[in-house]
Design a protein around this ligand. Sequence first.
Ligand code: DON
Length: 354
Amino acid sequence: MKALAPRGLARVAVVAIAIGAATLPGSAQNGAQSDVQSVVSAAFSKYKDLQEGKNADYIPALAHVDPKMFGIAVINREGKVFTAGDVNTEVSIQSISKVFTMARVIEEQGPEAIEKTIGVDATGMKFNSIVAVEQAYKLAGGPEMNPLVNPGAIAATSMVQGPTADAIWQKIIGTYNDFAGRPLNVLQDVYKSESDSNQRNQAIGMLMHAYGYIKQNPGQATDLYTRQCSVGVTAKDLATMAATLAFGGRNPITGKQAIGTGNVPYVLAVMATAGLYDDSGKWLYHTGLPAKSGVGGGIIAVAPGKFGIAVVSPPLDEAGNSVRAQKAITDIVNALNLNPYASKPSRARASASQ
Ligand code: DON
């Protein structure tokens, strides 16, 4: 994967975790905030000098971000933020935006709209695969994709209703703002750079239109998608967005309901199956948590009712996922016992077998 990094942006990798202390298992139970801070600090120290991976560069502006950038933030149910490293420098949100546009469409049109128009199945292919579009349309014969790969994401953006491009944009950015708890802005250098170099996404938008996934105006949908990918976020913003998903769609800092509580499980399900693209299975195998990556270097992960997690570190692996973010979050998940598939044997059965 070629490297990408917004000029003058994110200079530090960031991990952000939102934590519901009351439900925290193991040593961090009973809201032991010092334990949470220790886990975050330990992950930061362990990986801060790691040099694996490479900044993405197929969007030229992203090639200039400092690969050393690294930071961690943790937010609990009460809105308390635990941090390590740089949690205040903005990077472009990139594909993490897809989660929140999908959330907006589900909120406006119901979960069936995404399922029936785009699909909710993993492609097992790269995020900008055109073969995946062909396969879904010709072999599977319909909506057998998901809104977290580029074709499905551009289609999801096209589903946001509005009389003008600006009206649609206000809805998209308004949703992101509610999740982040502050007004976010487009990083213009990233937007321009991606607009100048996104011929592949323009082709994908056209193809999705040709196959009927996008009903009208594919060029506008691709442009709005490019804009949404260029929104600047800090690690703390990403942690807050993850935490909002972790706590029933309500922002734990502002108290604002960003999406209906009943819609959150649909969003998390697609993140679990497709959030890290062709490495989604590997990710789930090691963490058990729904997550989403972006080529700006961010990853968010959500432990429902317990933690929201976000990491930013620009160097990526071959699948386009941040190397340090994956490692740091995996350590944190393990240290705090957040894998929902990890259970304890039943006491009744244990005594019955003795
Ligand atoms: O459309 C693109 O290629 C980028 N704006 C976003 C891709 C991305 O973030 C993939 N994530 N890991």
